[in-house]
Design a protein around this ligand. Structure first.
Ligand code: CMX
Length: 149
């Protein structure tokens, strides 16, 4: 009953996810992690990019339509530096490709989801991105991404 009422309130808002855009994995050192993905898993690292405002250096691999994004922190006080300090290396976030990111974020906030980014900003590979806080998403840091139009 309560759920029905909630859904009715948000009947004009519909999230449109097409696929998992990437999975972000925090590693201590890219130079040590990349050979595992290339030589053991047989994937090809097609890009290495530093995202200064996120205090990370990233390495990308394609797995079908989805990518693996390795994240090495460039600053112990950055989000990935703090994550590794607290939890160690491992899965850091999951990113979904969505249509209409700018409309999606306020729609989620209206649903009571805690946003890290209230409006889209630029992420790796030129995508527009927005993060949802892990305390609102059952412990999984969740990113939404959209190709710029
Ligand atoms: N996944 C799940 N939980 C996480 C987390 C993650 N990746 N990062 C932090 N947390 C949890 C912590 O464990 C902690 O939980 P407890 O309070 O239960 O201990 C809580 O969130 C707060 O953590 P914190 O260490 O105090 O860190 P902050 O609150 O300063 O920051 C967060 C946490 C998620 C808001 C911050 O990391 C952030 O803004 N992340 C989004 C940006 C980002 O991660 N950028 C790097 C990737 C960039 C890219 O892909 O290009």
């Amino acid at each position: 009953m309560i759920l029905l009422a909630k859904n009715r309130k948000h009947k004009f808002y519909q999230m449109k996810i097409s696929h998992i855009e990437h999975i972000g994995i925090a590693v201590a050192n890219l130079d040590e992690a990349i050979p595992f993905y290339e030589n053991v898993l047989g994937l090809k690292c097609y890009a290495v990019e530093e995202v200064e405002d996120q205090k990370v250096k990233t390495a990308f691999f394609k797995v079908g339509q989805t990518k693996i994004e390795l994240l090495q922190s460039t600053d112990p006080e950055g989000p990935v530096g703090k994550f590794i300090e607290k939890k160690g290396q491992g899965v850091h976030h999951i990113a979904f490709a969505v249509d209409g990111l700018a409309e999606t974020l306020p729609g989620l906030e209206e649903k009571g989801i805690r946003l890290i980014d209230k409006t889209p900003r630029k992420g790796a590979e030129g995508l527009n991105i927005g993060f949802l806080h892990p305390k609102s998403t059952f412990g999984v840091l969740t990113e939404l991404c959209e190709e710029p139009k």
